[in-house]
Design a protein around this ligand. Structure first.
Ligand code: GLN
Length: 485
């Protein structure tokens, strides 16, 4: 048995059946990291000693019957924008190069209660701003399928770690596509839940009205199981929603008979690579064969999503990132002259160029005189986009399209033209603006051998629809990782 090829749920079953120990699973992952991490750079921090110690503790709790859940004993990786008490949390920025939080994010706590073993913290675009994991202060992550290509972003480290078997699953965060797009580029499965489903407590904020934590895993079963574990109502997050139903695994049924699936024509226009288009439409055909009713429709305002998102996300980021000033925590410039100069030098030296660009853009659109023209207009556009989705969901259970217009670009091809990079978010971004759930599942590879992702979007709180559709589609093909090629 190849231990590393197991899914998280399969591994946990084998641990309970005493076919594998938690230590063995943890060591297998750590060995894999030793073997390939130099080439991939999925992690900012690997906590070898902590992981082994925790694995021993968890094994005891499983043996004495106190840990029985479906993720008990599973080694996982956490995106480095989630606080982990006593473990370095950098957001892939120099400004947090020495930040050891005193508390743990609620979603991570929920995983710990379920008995996972945290291996370390994954690389990302600095403060989750980017689409390629190249804006990290700790160097770019490489795509395990082809190390000349990016893994996508901003949760590129989490997705590459899952795809390269450097963990059994990971947590990512999605503000405008950062779970779904890198999942698609790395050939893994990722869910962005309905806004408010997973607590944002302890998630270092980028665009607070858009950010959601979600799972990245090898298959839909793992994703549904992880989501069920991390989702909770949390008083510490004022935007947390007490949902009626957290039983996402109930939707793992291979049956889409009568399910209405809408394909927005607007998602198949200019800019979409033909191989991606073919793979996504072929996936739709598979679902149709299984009894789903597929129909094309017009989703208006698609073109307005990117400008609206970049105004809103930058505005919120400029406010959220004001707290990094060299006073309370993180990096402080060594050489300064008075308080104001300390702020200025700390922030100039601590933030990278993409973060500075967003802070400047955000401060501009919020400034008096421009607030109405940009920020307010973007909020109105956001409301109209939500209305368009509301109309679509009167007719359809699920909306189907690509996760990204292309497969993973080469390293170095995206950063020189930020506007072009922003355009790559076209299919994911409106989902965050409308607060909806979305999943990306692998649906093929292109002629370069790079993975393609199918995106399924659901109405608010209707994760079960997208999980059911994704699960049914997944049954038509088997999972392949970069090493199974
Ligand atoms: N690529 C988008 C951005 O740069 C989305 C990032 C994200 O979802 N965190 O803002």
């Amino acid at each position: 048995m190849d231990l590393l090829s197991l899914t998280a749920v399969e591994l946990s079953k084998k641990i309970k059946a005493k076919e594998v120990t938690v230590i063995e699973a943890t060591k297998a992952v750590l060995n894999q990291i030793d073997k390939i991490e130099d080439k991939i750079n999925s992690y900012v921090t690997v906590d070898k000693e902590g992981a082994i110690k925790r694995a021993e503790e968890v094994q005891k709790l499983i043996d004495d019957g106190s840990l029985t859940g479906p993720l008990a004993g599973v080694p996982v990786a956490i995106k480095d924008n989630m606080c982990t008490s006593g473990m370095l949390t950098t957001c892939s920025s120099k400004i947090l190069e020495n930040f050891y939080p005193t508390y743990t994010a609620e979603a991570v706590l929920n995983l710990e209660k379920a008995g996972v073993v945290i291996i370390g913290k994954t690389n990302m675009d600095e403060f989750a701003m980017g689409s390629t994991t190249e804006t990290s202060a700790y160097g770019p992550t490489k795509n395990p399928w082809n190390t000349e290509h990016v893994p996508g972003g901003s949760s590129g480290g989490s997705c590459s770690a899952v795809s390269a078997n450097e963990c059994f699953f990971a947590l990512g965060s999605d503000t405008g596509g950062s779970i779904r797009q890198p999942s698609s580029f790395c050939g893994v499965t990722g869910i962005k839940p309905t806004y408010g489903t997973v607590s944002r407590y302890g998630l270092i904020a980028y665009g607070s009205s858009l950010d959601q934590i979600g799972p990245v895993a090898k298959d839909v079963t793992d994703c549904a199981t992880i989501l069920e574990t991390i989702a909770s109502y949390d008083k510490k997050d004022s935007t947390s929603v007490a949902r009626e139903d957290y039983n996402f695994t109930e939707a793992l049924v291979d049956d889409v008979t009568g399910m209405k699936i809408g394909i927005p024509k607007d998602y198949f226009g200019e800019g979409l690579e033909s191989e991606v288009k073919e793979a996504v439409l072929a996936a739709a055909k598979e679902l149709e064969k299984k009894g789903a009713i597929i129909e094309e429709f017009d989703l208006r305002l698609v073109d307005y999503a990117i400008p609206a998102y970049y105004v809103i996300a930058a505005a919120e980021a400029s406010s959220n990132l004001a707290r990094f000033d060299g006073v309370k925590y993180g990096y402080r410039s060594e050489d300064y002259n008075g308080l104001h100069n300390m702020y200025k030098k700390t922030r100039s030296e601590g933030f990278g160029p993409e973060v500075k660009r967003r802070i400047m853009l955000g401060s501009f659109v919020l400034s008096s005189g421009y607030y109405d023209a940009y920020y307010l207009k973007a909020l109105r556009t956001k409301a109209l986009i939500k209305q368009e989705f509301d109309k679509a969901f009167e007719k359809y259970d699920v909306i189907l399209g690509p996760a990204a217009p292309t497969t993973a670009p080469k390293i170095g091809d995206s950063l020189s033209d930020p506007i072009k990079m922003y355009l790559g978010d076209i299919y994911t971004i409106s989902v965050n603006l409308a607060g909806l759930p979305g999943i990306s599942v692998p649906c093929g590879v292109d002629s370069k051998g790079l993975p393609i992702g199918l995106q399924l979007i659901g109405d608010c709180f209707k994760e079960k629809n997208i999980i059911r559709a994704a699960y049914a589609f997944e049954q038509t093909r088997s999972y392949t990782g970069p090493f199974d090629k």
